[in-house]
Design a protein around this ligand. Structure first.
Ligand SMILES: Cc1cc2nc3c(=O)[nH]c(=O)nc-3n(C[C@H](O)[C@H](O)[C@H](O)COP(=O)(O)O)c2cc1C
Length: 347
């Protein structure tokens, strides 16, 4: 039987990741879990400095911590400890959670990036406060922009401009196409990437999908589509890191995941409109527009609102594909928390 620590991994892998690359690997050793970046799953065009990859690791970490707390486990986290042979996040588990994460835990399988239409209803001030207070990282600032308020207009302009830059770049489109799973067969064999259904498209053969993406999808059309989607939403949230390094990127992921799990628990949908954070010169202009301090980086932009319907869930690779089965010293995996407990933990 899997150890309790191993039983947390399926919740970690439900985390969002850029293009659904799932750029993580895990190992379990005694009562500690390590999360490693999988650099074979980088996105060199859209994410040349890997910040989105490390944000994705932070999302997986946060899901894991929520699931651990739900099982009554406390966790201490070290980001990239110097005594590890390779860079990783190290989580030490012990008995005695100090937080009730029931609502967040239940939201893990419910959460999805919903790129569909929202109905424009305003989000209550109390729900907005709950989402902002879910951010547990001092190193991450979240700025809300309500749709309809004048201060959102420059952000919409930045989204439009970045969208046009990206879709005018053949390398961006080629990388995107390589991660779209156009047919059901591609979805079931690869179990990663952007499934056509999750993007709101019908399933088509790859040759046709590539043809549509390279010949029919136009930069201006994409910008119009994203602008319309924002105007049908209720709110934008911008996540700003205090500094631009791997630790802070992981913190952005943790903060983002807490916020969207909270949103999900309140029936509020979200989708990324990240483009101005991805195009570096535009990100710099956005930072200047917002009057950010030197070093502060706007790294994630999402829209939130009430979706008209749920979309099919995006696939995930099975845990076996991302779990390194032996401990660092080669011993078979063994978990003392499991020995102390006699009952099954995940009902
Ligand atoms: C760091 C990061 C960046 C992302 N950027 C985008 C984006 O630019 N556009 C988009 O539509 N989705 C974006 N996503 C959402 C992912 O595509 C999504 O999480 C993934 O496909 C898995 O789907 P799920 O969130 O429904 O589980 C991003 C997610 C993360 C974590």
């Amino acid at each position: 039987m899997d150890s309790i620590a191993e039983q947390l991994i399926p919740f970690a892998v439900r985390a969002p990741s850029g293009h659904n690359t799932q750029p993580w690997q895990f190992s379990v050793n005694q009562d500690s879990i390590r999360i490693f970046p999988d650099l074979t799953r980088r996105l060199p065009v859209v994410d040349p400095d890997d910040h989105a990859l490390y944000i994705s690791l932070g999302c997986a970490l946060e899901n894991l911590l929520v699931a651990a707390a739900h099982q009554g486990l406390a966790a201490s986290v070290e980001s990239f400890p110097a005594d590890e042979p390779e860079p990783c996040l190290r989580i030490q588990l012990s008995e005695g959670a100090d937080e009730d994460t029931d609502a967040l835990f239940r939201a893990i399988p419910e959460r999805q990036s919903n790129r569909g239409t929202y109905d424009g209803r305003a989000i209550d001030a109390s729900d907005l406060t709950a989402m902002l207070e879910a951010n547990g990282c001092d190193s991450v600032q979240i700025r809300p922009f309500r749709v309809g308020d004048p201060d959102i207009e420059p952000l919409i302009d930045f989204v439009r401009e970045a969208n046009i830059v990206q879709f005018s770049d053949p390398a961006f489109v080629a990388e995107l196409v390589s991660w779209i799973r156009f047919s059901r067969r591609e979805v079931s064999t690869r179990q990663d990437g952007l499934a056509a259904a999750a993007l709101g498209f019908p399933a088509v053969p790859r040759w046709l999908g590539r043809w549509i993406m390279t010949r029919l999808v136009k930069p201006e059309g994409e910008a119009d589509r994203q602008e319309k989607a924002i105007r049908q939403s209720s709110l934008l949230l911008l996540f700003i890191a205090r500094e631009h390094d791997q630790r802070h990127w992981v913190d952005v992921g943790r903060s983002f995941e807490r916020v969207v799990l909270t949103a999900t628990s309140l029936g509020i949908a979200h989708a990324h409109v990240n483009m101005p954070c991805e195009v570096e010169p535009i990100r710099r202009r956005l930072a200047a527009h917002l009057g950010l301090n030197a070093g502060e980086q706007p790294l994630l932009l999402i829209r939130l609102g009430y979706a008209r319907k749920r979309l099919p869930a995006s696939p995930r690779r099975p845990v076996d594909r991302v779990l390194r089965r032996t401990s660092c010293n080669g011993d078979s995996v063994h978990c003392s928390i499991q020995r102390k407990r006699s009952h099954a933990v995940f009902d």
